[in-house]
Each structure stands twice: as structure tokens, then as C-alpha cells.
Write a protein that binds this ligand. Structure first.
Ligand SMILES: [Zn+2]
Ligand SMILES: [Zn+2]
Length: 172
């Protein structure tokens, strides 16, 4: 029942020209409910229909909580990203000369499903390694103390690893 989704459109329901939608996406439907959303996943959608060609401009906005990759503390992250995708009907698109365009190209049969575009656009906008702040000092590798909040008594530099000694032997 994909048409129950607010992110699936029938081309026949779109006016020729520009169609604008403001939608709060259902993150469970998009398989994104493992993320800790602090705000709704807001989609500003413009669908421009020219015959059976449909050009999408998508703006995504939301706020989520990520774990800092160094210290593990929860940290707020604002998502603001966009995407442009052109949808062509499958049968027609195959015969056409699809010169490289600035936009991505997708083919549709019957209905235009924006769920993958929304999902992928969201995921691509996330940082590879979130940081609570640029200069997060992370956790002490010996005692696990959060070095942003406290200093510990371990001085890991005084205890070189066996590999460190080996390297010195090799270098020397
Ligand atoms: Zn941190
Ligand atoms: Zn320590």
C-alpha cells in the first residue's frame, strides 16, 4: 500500500508545472527509527511536472542526537541538506538519449516514490564521525575518564606500547 505514504505521488495528481509540499516524513516507514530524532524530519518538496517528466527539488531539515565519536557523549546535530532528482517513466526513459545532466535520474512505473531519495539524502548528510566539539579530548584509553571533564592520573605517554619499543629498535 505504498500510496498510503505521504512520500509517494501519482503523476496524474500533480498539476503541470510546479507542485509544492511540506511533509513531516514518517521515520519508521523510512527505516530510520534507529536514529534519535529531536525534531520531525521535515521535507520541503517541489515537484515540477512537464508531461510525464518530474523534477524533484528536496530540502530536508531535522535535528538528531548522535554520539560523539571520541567521548561517546550525546551531541545534537542539525541536518540541513537538499537533493535534485529527475524522474522519468521507465518505458520512455530507456529509449531516450540520457546525456549527463546535473541532476540524478530515476525511473518510475506508475507512481513516483520519494522514500529512497529522502532516506539516502538524510543518510548522506550525516558526518562520518560526529564530535561534541571540535577539540573534544575523548576518553582516557587506560581508565576511561572523560578528559573534557576531568584529568586522570594515567599518563599513557610514560608507558610506551611494545610496538613503540620495537619501532625504536627498527629505526635505530
Ligand atoms: Zn566528545
Ligand atoms: Zn586515565
Amino acid at each position: 500500500m505504498s500510496r498510503d505514504s505521504s512520500l509517494v505521488f501519482l503523476p496524474s495528481q500533480l498539476a503541470e508545472g510546479s507542485n509544492r509540499f511540506e511533509i513531516e516524513a514518517n521515520v519508521e516507514e523510512l527505516d530510520l527509527d534507529a536514529y534519535n530524532f529531536r525534531e520531525p524530519l521535515h521535507c520541503s518538496i517541489v515537484l515540477v511536472r512537464t508531461g510525464d517528466r518530474i523534477d524533484l527539488h528536496l530540502d530536508l531539515k531535522t535535528g538528531i542526537e548522535l554520539e560523539c565519536s571520541r567521548c561517546g557523549e550525546p551531541t545534537d546535530y542539525s541536518v540541513g541538506t537538499s537533493a535534485n532528482v529527475t524522474f522519468l517513466p521507465e518505458a520512455k526513459g530507456q529509449g531516450e538519449d540520457l546525456e549527463a545532466e546535473a541532476t540524478d535520474l530515476e525511473f518510475y512505473t506508475g507512481e513516483v516514490d520519494l522514500r529512497d531519495v529522502v532516506r539516502d539524502t538524510f543518510l548522506l548528510s550525516l558526518p562520518v564521525a560526529a564530535l561534541c566539539r571540535e577539540d573534544c579530548r575523548g576518553l582516557c584509553p587506560s581508565c576511561g575518564a572523560n578528559l573534557n571533564r576531568e584529568s586522570c592520573k594515567c599518563n599513557t605517554r610514560l608507558k610506551p606500547s611494545p610496538f613503540e619499543k620495537l619501532r625504536r629498535l627498527v629505526d635505530g
